[in-house]
Design a protein around this ligand. Structure first.
Ligand code: SF4
Length: 273
């Protein structure tokens, strides 16, 4: 049983799918295997430093674990949704380049830097130099899009948008607003597109970067007390350090370190203290 979008964009439950032929099953298996290999090597999955998309999480422990580069244990399904998002970003970038046509109005996929050594880079999706906003595309399923419409963006998205705007303004761009560009991933048209905006506030970015620095300094101090002790190796020291940080479980299901029911932080965080 699976959901199939109807022409109107609503989901219709299909109860009598015909089984795939042996060839269909073989093609499915090979393409899935190819997809896993390809998506695992994509740059967006291989960031070596903390990025603006990670720093707005309400969970201090998640930031500490990211800073220590602990290995992710929650790959987020098979990466299909993020792959569709990444390809959507590439398509939108091509569209913006076409729309810009050398005028300089639009900048897309602009690599930027920040003064923070722990969050040194960011790549913004869109700068519009006429409407003076920095925009971030989100390719959203219905649940997330409805949440954006009714409650506004999560702290993670909001901080991300302001941090991109902060980095853009540091490189001389005039930025008055930030925008989350909610694109309906599951719909056959853009009728349901929803754009959330608010005035740019650099203090949101400064506070977020300062928080990462505070957590980073605390991580370094914890590790310094543990390294060199004969009874703890590097991995154990990092896990013991991570355990020192308070948690906020609001976004655990999107956390790379989330392992429900884990009884040992070394295997993953169960989202409880
Ligand atoms: S699983 Fe939840 S509580 Fe644990 S680090 Fe991730 S976001 Fe924080």
């Amino acid at each position: 049983m699976f959901d199939q979008p109807s022409r109107a964009g609503t989901s219709k439950v299909v109860t009598s799918a015909k089984p795939m032929t042996p060839l269909g099953l073989e093609i499915t298996a090979r393409l899935k295997e190819m997809f896993h290999g390809f998506s695992n090597r994509m740059e967006r999955n291989q960031q070596a430093t903390l990025g603006p998309s990670e720093i707005g999480t309400p969970c201090d422990r998640r930031i500490a674990m990211s800073l220590m580069r602990l290995p992710p244990v929650n790959p987020g399904g098979d990466n299909w949704a993020s792959f569709v998002g990444t390809m959507g970003h590439e398509g939108m970038s091509q569209m913006l380049e076409w729309a810009d046509a050398g005028s300089g109005r639009y900048a897309s996929e602009l690599r930027m830097t920040s003064p923070s050594k722990r969050v040194p880079h960011g790549t913004t999706d869109l700068i519009d130099r006429v409407l003076l906003y920095v925009g971030d595309f989100k390719f959203m399923g219905q649940w997330s899009l409805d949440k954006l419409k009714t409650e506004g963006p999560s702290p993670t998205y909001r901080v991300q948008a302001h941090t991109y705007a902060f980095m853009a303004s540091l490189r001389g761009e005039t930025v008055k607003h930030v925008a989350i560009l909610g694109m309906p991933r599951d719909k056959p048209n853009l009728d349901d597109m929803y754009v959330w905006t608010e005035p740019y506030n650099p203090q949101i970015a400064r506070d977020a970067l300062a928080r990462v620095d505070r957590i980073g300094e605390s991580v370094d101090a914890h590790l310094a007390t543990l390294y060199g002790k004969a009874e703890t190796n590097e991995s154990e020291s990092k896990v013991m350090t991570a355990a020192q940080f308070p948690i906020d479980a609001a976004d655990c299901r999107f956390c790379p370190f989330h392992k429900p029911n884990s009884s040992n932080l070394e295997w993953g965080c169960n989202g409880r203290n």
